[in-house]
Design a protein around this ligand. Structure first.
Ligand code: ACO
Length: 339
């Protein structure tokens, strides 16, 4: 096993991306057969056309493990090289052990220390920042950061306000200590900002199934273990916080929106994304969107989109990439990466 280094003040770079989306497609028309909705409403309000649904025998760790394998292949690293695995998820396989430990077993990363992070849709960027701290302080050299969700398990298929929005999927990156090349090194994470507002927990939550409200025969019918959301309020906070976070992350990196080649935002709603692009004065061509195909996959949206943008040749060496997210908690985060 490569010993974790104690060398302080290192820098971290993304050296590989990967993603895995389940095969089953659920279209807006399919949904209109199970709940009172239609393709026109969903498309005009959200931009979503379809989403992926994991198979009954696929757990979040299965999606995460496949994304992780693909990221490791892209990075040219072996499972035994991985020293840290962080899985961002709100749909862990079980309360414990962590999904990260289960991924460790499935991919054979015997030398890793593993844990999960719960920050809803901001989870991947929270996890990236935590992994970066491990690396930049010299504690670990190579990490897998994964965003993975099986949100279909948290959906009330009778609630048209929420069931049309979400889907399943997983994305991953390998990040590694890389002290050469300064701030222009490929894949270098230049800055990350994070924020939370616990006063607003009630606007977006899964209230039941935990210790505050265990599922009982009496409450099971009201489905407290599904997503409850105040859509309009969430929308407003998402725009404000994502914009602030993006501006702060750019400032921290010594850059402005004009330097950004591509924004990869959390994929919740095309109208949220357009509002942010507008306020940053960025043409929509410089904003990556794949929510039409996948809907909102919470912690998975950014690593999946990053991988798709990478594979599609949308990320050129030296490009400035702005990642920005918002989610339940509320939580928000933004990172600037030099590709
Ligand atoms: N099909 C048809 N009609 C619907 C549907 C549906 N699927 N869902 C709601 N409606 C109806 C409502 O019942 C309401 O009808 P009424 O006026 O007769 O009462 C009407 O449409 C308008 O409902 P609103 O909730 O006001 O619609 P809004 O324009 O706000 O859009 C939406 C709702 C899409 C949820 C929006 O508020 C939103 O995207 N919010 C952001 C929330 C989000 O993305 N959360 C994900 C997690 S956090 C994050 O990732 C950012």
């Amino acid at each position: 096993m490569p010993a974790p280094s104690n060398q302080p003040f290192c820098a971290s770079s993304i050296i590989g991306t990967g993603s895995y989306m389940p095969e089953k497609i659920l279209t807006n028309d399919d949904l209109s057969k199970i709940v009172e909705t239609n393709d026109e409403w969903i498309t005009s309000r959200t931009g979503i056309k379809e989403r992926r649904i994991a198979a009954d025998d696929q757990a979040t760790s299965d999606l995460a493990s496949e994304a992780a394998r693909r990221a490791m292949t892209a990075a040219g690293v072996k499972p035994e090289d991985i020293q840290l695995i962080i899985v961002a998820t709100v749909t862990p396989d079980m309360f414990f052990p962590s999904t990260a430990c289960i991924v460790q077993k499935k991919i054979g990363a015997a030398n890793a220390v593993c844990f999960d992070i719960s920050a809803a849709c901001s989870g991947f960027l929270y996890a990236l920042q935590v992994a970066r701290h491990f690396i930049n302080t010299g504690n670990r050299t190579t990490a897998l950061v994964i965003g993975a969700e099986k949100l279909s398990t948290l959906i009330n298929w009778k609630d048209r306000n929420t069931c049309v929005l979400f889907g399943d999927g997983a994305g991953a990156v390998v990040i590694r200590r890389d002290d050469a090349g300064g701030m222009n090194a490929p894949g270098r994470v230049l800055s990350t900002v994070m924020g939370s507002d616990g006063n607003l927990t009630d606007l977006l939550k899964v209230p039941g199934g935990g210790s505050a409200c265990p599922i009982t025969p009496e409450n099971a019918d009201s489905r407290p273990n599904t997503i409850h959301m105040e859509g309009r309020e969430t929308f407003k906070h998402a725009v404000t916080r994502m914009l602030e976070a993006a501006q702060q992350a750019l400032e921290m990196a010594g850059l402005t929106a004009a330097d950004v080649s591509l924004v990869i935002p959390h994929q919740a709603n095309a109208r949220i994304i357009s509002a942010i692009a507008d306020r940053l004065d960025l043409p929509i061509e410089r904003v990556f969107m794949n929510l039409d195909k996948y809907g909102n996959t919470s912690a998975a949206t950014i690593p999946v989109a990053l991988d798709e943008a990478n594979k599609a040749g949308r990320l050129k060496k030296g490009d400035v990439i702005l990642l920005v997210a918002f989610g339940g908690g509320f939580t928000w985060a933004s990172s600037v990466v030099r590709w």
